[in-house]
Write a protein that binds this ligand. Structure first.
Ligand code: FAD
Length: 354
């Protein structure tokens, strides 16, 4: 059996380990003491098939059945609201997100805190919450059940290549035939460590604030709410209400934290669309959305180093696309033909950045 080391214990690495473990001797290395500590533990936890580049949407669609089988989806719905001055942006959102316009009175009935200045609203019912903990844990369970070793607290500090790879952590030197780079925001740095040309991945910070339920409403049945052009979003979260400025600020790979000023500006934008004042933040956090130069995921064999595989650039879609992305990655590592269309596989391949 080939020895595969997966670097990164977020959703990308853990799902890849689960799919590879039946056919390879898999070791997963994660720097932090727990899986899912970085982006994968800080997402908005949404499944929306129409969100992302066409290649990403192919992955989303192909992931749906596995999400259902793992029983991690629950209905949420997604609503866009707009004021008179947002008309052009609203129209374009309708098309890109495949949404249906609804009477504004219906929008008010569903979300009673909407401002009287809202002139248009659209809904996409087929959007779902993802139980991200359950998803990550089910992949980890599958990986272990098929014999994978998952080592947390193991930062990769050096990578050497002879006729095989030697991956150095503080406590171990692990030998492998294949490396899968699932290091999220750190994936380019990891490639450089291995002597592989980086892709040009860009981590972008996105902040979140958790507020008490607006005006004490029971928000559990409310849809996720978007400002026009993703200028902010809000959604119910365990009885509370999370609001994001939806910013995309380029940063170095890091343990991200929310920027107070960005948060305040975003909450102010959100506030323009609702009647309920923001009086108190329960908590705030931020995570990194790491994009490739064309904003599609990067899945497949490195163009120059054949035993180095990329599973990176998940951007804002890494949770919802994980089932199909990990299938594709495992098929390519094992020399099988992926079930995605050849065009989609080409659109994911690192070869496109040659
Ligand atoms: C605010 C926000 C909202 C989002 N909303 C959604 C959403 O609704 N739906 C959706 O599908 N996606 C969403 N996303 C995107 C999603 O969270 C990411 O695409 C996904 O989590 C990326 O997973 P990953 O495994 O690639 O990265 P990560 O989860 O960051 O995992 C990478 C791991 O690699 C480890 N690592 C790095 N270097 C080393 C090293 N040298 N040695 C060992 N380990 C290393 C890191 O410690 C890290 O744990 C959102 C993201 C954010 C920030």
């Amino acid at each position: 059996m080939r020895r595969v080391v997966v670097i990164g214990g977020g959703i990308a690495g853990v799902s890849a380990a689960a799919k590879l473990a039946p056919d390879a001797r898999v070791t997963l290395l994660e720097r932090e003491p727990a899986l899912g500590y970085h982006s994968s533990g800080r997402s908005a936890a949404m499944f929306e098939e129409n969100y992302g580049t066409p290649t990403t949407c192919d992955l989303n669609r192909a992931s749906r059945l596995e999400h259902e089988t793992r029983d991690v989806l629950s209905p949420r719905g997604m609503m866009i609201v707009a004021k008179a001055e947002d008309d052009a942006q609203f129209q374009s959102d309708l098309v890109t997100m495949g949404m249906d316009e609804i009477p504004v009175a219906d929008a008010h009935r569903r979300v009673p805190i909407l401002s009287p200045d809202i002139t248009r609203a659209a809904i996409h019912e087929d959007a779902h919450d993802i139980d991200t903990d359950k998803l990550l844990n089910s992949f980890a369970r599958d990986a272990r059940a098929s014999g994978a070793t998952i080592l947390t607290g193991h930062e990769v500090l050096g990578i050497e290549r002879t006729d095989h790879w030697t991956i150095q952590t503080r406590d171990a030197a692990i030998e492998a035939d294949v490396i899968v780079n699932a290091a999220g925001a750190w994936a380019d740095g990891l490639a450089i460590m291995a002597g592989v040309r980086p892709i040009g991945l860009q981590p972008n910070r996105r902040s979140m604030a958790r507020l008490p339920a607006p005006d004490g409403h029971d928000v559990r049945g409310w849809p996720m709410l978007f400002g026009p052009g993703e200028s902010w979003y809000a959604k119910p979260d365990a009885g509370g209400w999370i609001v994001s400025p939806a910013e995309e600020h380029p940063v170095e790979p890091m343990d991200a934290w929310a920027d107070d000023m960005v948060l305040a500006e975003g909450l102010d934008r959100y506030q323009g669309y609702v009647t309920s004042p923001v009086t108190r933040l329960e908590t705030s956090w931020a995570g990194l959305r790491t994009f490739s130069p064309d904003r599609s995921l990067v899945i497949g064999q490195d163009p120059a180093i054949s035993d180095f595989f990329w599973c990176a650039g998940q951007g804002g879609y890494g949770i919802q696309s994980a089932p199909a992305a990990s299938d594709c990655l495992a098929d390519l590592v094992m020399g099988r033909t992926p079930s995605l269309s050849p065009e989609t596989v080409r659109g994911l391949s690192p070869m496109r950045f040659l």
